[in-house]
Every structure is written in C-alpha cells, then in structure tokens.
Design a protein around this ligand. Sequence first.
Ligand code: NDP
Ligand code: 8X3
Length: 256
Amino acid sequence: ENRLLNKYAVITGATSGIGAATARAFGNAGCNLMLTGRRRERLEEIAETICSESEHDIETQTAAFDVRDVDACKKMVDNLTQPVDILVNNAGLAKGVDAVFNADLADWDLMIDTNIKGLVTMTRLIAPGMKKRNEGHIINVGSIASHESYPGGSIYTATKHAVKAFTESTKKDLHGTKVRVSMVSPGLVETEFSVVRYDGDKSKADQVYEDMRPLVGQDIAEVIHFTANRPAHVNIMDTIIFPVDQSSATMVYQDN
Ligand code: NDP
Ligand code: 8X3
C-alpha cells in the first residue's frame, strides 16, 4: 500500500546523498516535497528532476538555507504552504578525524551546530503543528555513530548519540498522540560525506570505500521510505543498516 501519496514531506539536506535519494523515493511515491539544503542551484535541479521523473503529479518546493541559522529555519517553516506530514531531519556532516587533544574547535562547532542544533531547531518548529493535528512523522537520520564511538570521531559520534537521545525523548514527549518518531542508523554510505569529512580530499575519501562495497543513498532511502510507509499504528524506532562488508563502526572488510 502506498501511504505517501499526496502527503507533504520536508527533507533537509536534499542536495546530495541520502537526502536526495530519499526525496526521489518519496517523489516516486507521489509525496509532495519541500527540499532544503544550502546549495540553491543543486536543490532546484534535484527538485526539477524528481518532479519530471515521478509518475504522479507532485509539487516540489525548495528552500535554500543553513539549518544552523535559526531565523532562516523559522522563515522556511512560517512560509510552508501545507501541514507537514513527514519531517526527515537528514542534514548533517562529519568534519575531521582528529583526536580530542588536537581536533579543530571550529570543526566541532560545525558538527554540533548542524547535527544537533539544526536538527532540534527543525523539530521544535515543526512538531507543534503535528501535535496540534495529532498526526505526522519525524524521521531523524542518525548513524552507527549513534550507537558506537570510535577514535577520531569523538564529536561526530557525540552528535549522533545526541540524535538518538533526542529521538527517544521526542517520542516520549509525544506519547499519547498519533505522531510518530523514528530514526535510521546507517553504516558506510558512499555519498559526499567522506569528501566533506576530509575537507575536499577525494583520494582520502575514496580510501574509506576502497576494496569494499559501501551502501548507496538509495539503500537508506528505501529504509526511510519503508519507515514512513508503515500503517499509522506502527512506529519503527530505529534501524541499523550496514553494508555486508561492515560489522561495526570500525570493523570494515576492505580486502575484496
Ligand atoms: P552528503 O554530504 O552527501 O549530504 C549531506 C547533506 O546535508 C547535503 O545535502 C548538505 O547540503 C546538507 N547539509 C550539511 N550541512 C548543512 C547545513 N548547515 N544546512 C543545511 N544543509 C546542510 O552526506 P550524506 O547523505 O551521507 O549525509 C546525510 C546524513 O546521513 C547526515 O546526517 C550524516 O551524518 C548521515 N550519515 C551518513 C553516513 C554515511 O556514511 N554517508 C552514515 C550514517 C549517517 P548543502 O551542502 O547543500 O547544504
Ligand atoms: C557515518 C558513518 O562510520 O563514519 O555516520 O560514523 S561513520
């Protein structure tokens, strides 16, 4: 059954990777979309492609802003034209792989401000409407880093642990309502993630996925779509998704 038809979803971080793939999956299901990210041109291109690819007559809107900018988040939410059925809090990043004794404080701020503060701001702004209407679904993109910590990932894993804690608290704050709250926890997905983490160094990014088969954005989009498409009484709390070649955050079989 297609329960996303004619629904309205806000997806953050839709210019690339998991967010773009989720936008495509939702669009193919006939869900109207508000796509966000900082890169306006890519956002518009992706929105147009999804609109023309979908066999349904969907409406795609875009809003280019930084989720760290609370006023910009407020402006986007104030200008929404329809009640939000699904919020996919996907925008996020890792920056750097340095240890706690030499990492760059600016990188830490960037991760905290995007992965935690951006996500909680969007939730704080959109949850009231869902509570009032007594329907809606918030889906947060966590990570295996929500469940495990690893060296060189102190703040990234801390932000993703925060996403897990916040997801669980959000579910509990909405206890007794029909609003659903979920997260997904991917392992290695080949997107722009590692290029961003290594500050544009493509060869270092490529090494992460060398001699192994990583997940792709669509693999996670399918799980997000499945999570969103459950019957109204079903609330998936979390799903951990690894590539076959991965068995923990740091145990990756790169000998293929
Ligand atoms: P990408 O780098 O491909 O995509 C990240 C998206 O987030 C982009 O659309 C980017 O858009 C957006 N974004 C980043 N910072 C901001 C910001 N300040 N304001 C608005 N949008 C922002 O990586 P992924 O698709 O892999 O990442 C998506 C999510 O998945 C992240 O939360 C990440 O932590 C998580 N994840 C990724 C895994 C992986 O291995 N790839 C594994 C587990 C979780 P723009 O640059 O245009 O602003
Ligand atoms: C991204 C996956 O293993 O780099 O969340 O933390 S990992």
